[in-house]
Design a protein around this ligand. Sequence first.
Ligand code: HPA
Ligand code: ZN
Length: 330
Amino acid sequence: MKTWLRELPKVELHLHIEGSLEPELMFSLAARNGVDLPYASVDEVRAAYDFSDLQSFLALYYQGMRVLRTEQDFHDLAMAYLGRAHEDGVVHVELSFDPQAHLSRGVELAVPFEGLRRAMRQAEREWGMTTALIMSFLRDREALEAMDVLERAAPWYEVIDAVGLDSAEVGNPPAKFAAVFERARELGIARVAHAGEEGPAAYISEALDVLDIRRIDHGVACLQDPQLVARLRETQIPLTVCPLSNMRLKVVDRMADHPLPAIIDQGVKVTLNSDDPAYFGGGVLDNYLACLDAFGWDREMFKRLAGNAIDVAFMPESRRSELLERLSRC
Ligand code: HPA
Ligand code: ZN
């Protein structure tokens, strides 16, 4: 079954590329750029990854990414992750990145855009892997700043597949970003948003009502509201669920308590993703394997989840057909 899951053509829709920064690469980029780290060793970094909630993770996530300074750094970061994903049988990855977390450190927009794009092209050339790019806004900063970033990203509009919304959720409801997402809509850019990770089901409904999003990142709080569940079932707006992330950030205590099986039972469209693989214990395949362990799902279930991700990915229709055909042969 593990071999079969590795070979299943998997698509990843919810990945923060800065969250793929492994401690080894963190140290080598720190040395390359002369950045001081508050850790003496890779083991010390890993030992620090003992999170109590989203906020405690975000503090280390923003600290870790300070080593990313140049286009080459972003390129190397993305190539390292895409290479590991390729080994795990991932055939399409949608990379999200947080430009404000770099701009606030004096790293200009062109740096992540150009570095990531070069890695995305290289992954396609080397492995035939396809990719998409999601520019996310930090919801715990002012909406005007997000609007400014959206305007300044004009040279890259054609390479932005969607805008997203992430960082500290509670107290930063989707409606705060109504104008930014409306502007993205006017520009013809698709929208996704984190909602219902630590925040309530009401944030998921609000994201659907106000931000006009194509997908909900996380969304595991949806079961709190039966009307919302009915809406998700009827619209088939997908959730990009990240089981290992939810465990590590204490959204759930144990995998066995995860609401995923109940959400699927309700007819909601769900996909499996890694979120921040370097911080939460692995990539997409590890999330599939964790579900196998916890829920004992059969091949049909995993094929369904992998197919859901292909259905709702940002990719050309020809690629979608090709991957669905490959999946059907598994
Ligand atoms: N939630 C919100 N913001 C994030 C996350 C997450 O899991 N990872 C990186 N930014
Ligand atoms: Zn996320």
